[in-house]
Every structure is written in C-alpha cells, then in structure tokens.
Design a protein around this ligand. Structure first.
Ligand code: ATP
Ligand code: MG
Length: 222
C-alpha cells in the first residue's frame, strides 16, 4: 500500500481536514509523506501563479519540500465544477499527467495522500470522471462523511459507487462539521450498519480544526 485517496460525500465535507489529519498520523508513524490535490478550482492568483488553499496546506504538510505544480497540477481560478473550469480556461485535465506525478511521489515518499475534488461522481472532462482517476491511481479509498441531515443518502450512494469500481475501500470517517447535529449517534450507527467497511474515526467539531488533534481521533486507522 502506498497511500490513500480521500473522497467525500460532497464538496465542503472535510476532505482537507481529513487529508491533513491522515498525513499527520502517517508522519507520527514514521513515514515520509507526500500529498496531492491534483485538481482544484477556486484558486487565487499570486506572483507565482494560481494557488489553492487546500493544496498550499497539503504542500506544507509534506515531509519534504515539493513544488506547488506537483501537489496541484491543475489549478483553476473559478470556484466551479472542474470540467467546466477547465473548459473555460481552454485546458483539459489529463489523468495520465496526474498518475505520472503521483508515481514520482510514490518513488520518493513512503505514503501519498491524495485529496479528491468535490464528491465522487465528478466529471473531469467530457469522457472522464473522478473515479477513472482513482482507478488509475489504484490507491485505497477513504470516504469522508460530513454529518448533517441528508448525509445517510449521500454516504450510502457514494459507498456503493466506490465499491462498484473494485478499488480497495478501506474505510469511512464521520466528520462533525457543525457544533450540533440532531441524532448524530443514531446517524453514525445507521451508517455503521449499512456500510460494510470500518469507521476509521469520528472527528469532533472544532472552531479551528487542527490536524494534530484530529489525527488523535483516527483511532481505527489501519
Ligand atoms: N470537524 C470540523 N469542525 C469544524 N469545522 C470543520 C470540521 N471539518 C471541516 N470543517 C470546516 O468546514 C469547511 C470545509 O472543510 P474542508 O475544507 O476540509 O472540506 P473539503 O471537503 O476539503 O472541501 P472542498 O470540496 O472545498 O475541498 C472548512 O472551513 C473546515 O475548516
Ligand atoms: Mg478540500
């Protein structure tokens, strides 16, 4: 096993919080860790080009310094669906390019943690979807469930779609993204009964989530 692919039930459910926590946990276990956010929309222009805050945090969390272009090869300014952002900027997202960068990172690090984009059924181009990328990367998948009303539907549909790819689905993480969630324990228990891969941890709500603390909650991480 050379890493993990972190996906979520939607955009904004805690994939970056989890990616940084997993990177922290792996570093504590003594691994050299690299991270990627291969495709990011919602980037800000800077002196050295477009920068995405998820990718910058992931870059800073890597065990050794990596150029931004390796962490985030596809950066788009507009905060819109990636295939639309790519089309508007006249670019096409090439899975082979992402896979080749990831293989280079796998050669230099012990573990590579890749944050997906949006949810799971995300188009990357007219003929490619995010799961096609995940299948080419061949990394075990972790599903982040942002706990909220409606997340059972999102989680079960996503879990079933991940399984249908035949990829290793190593577990899911419950993320308490809001200070109060009605029936949170019952939601988690329902998901535990319905998803037949392990719950790797439940992340609590924190005003400012900190990867070091969040790593402590990944108590069932393999
Ligand atoms: N456990 C938590 N407690 C408090 N806030 C959280 C928690 N998890 C996530 N958040 C906040 O929710 C927001 C979305 O989280 P995050 O950026 O990790 O989601 P994402 O799935 O990576 O989003 P994107 O699709 O934009 O990449 C962030 O502001 C983050 O700080
Ligand atoms: Mg993110």
């Amino acid at each position: 096993m050379s890493g993990y692919f972190i996906t979520g039930t939607d955009t904004g459910v805690g994939k970056t919080v989890v990616t940084l926590a997993v990177m922290e946990l792996l570093k504590r276990r003594g691994f050299e860790v690299a991270g990627m956010k291969p495709v990011a929309s919602g980037c800000s222009p800077g002196p050295e080009g477009l920068r995405n805050s998820d990718a910058v945090q992931i870059m800073q969390a890597c065990s050794s310094g990596l150029p931004y272009s390796q962490v985030n090869p596809y950066a788009f300014e507009a905060a819109i669906a990636p295939h639309i952002a790519a089309a508007r900027s006249g670019e096409s997202i090439r899975i082979t390019k992402i896979v080749s960068i990831c293989r280079d990172l796998e050669d230099s690090a012990d573990r590579v943690v890749v944050e997906g984009v949006g949810g799971w059924a995300v188009p990357l181009g007219s003929e490619t979807m995010l799961p096609d990328l995940a299948c080419r990367l061949k990394l075990p998948v972790i599903l982040v469930v942002g706990l909220r009303l409606g997340c059972i539907n999102h989680a079960l549909l996503t879990a079933s779609a991940i399984k249908s790819t035949g990829l290793e689905f190593c577990g899911w993480i419950a993320n308490q993204q809001q200070p109060r969630i009605e029936a949170m324990d019952e939601i988690i228990n329902t998901l535990r009964e319905c998803i037949d891969v392990p719950l790797l941890g439940t992340l609590p709500w924190r005003e400012e989530p900190n990867p070091g603390e969040m790593a402590e909650y990944l108590d069932e991480f393999p």
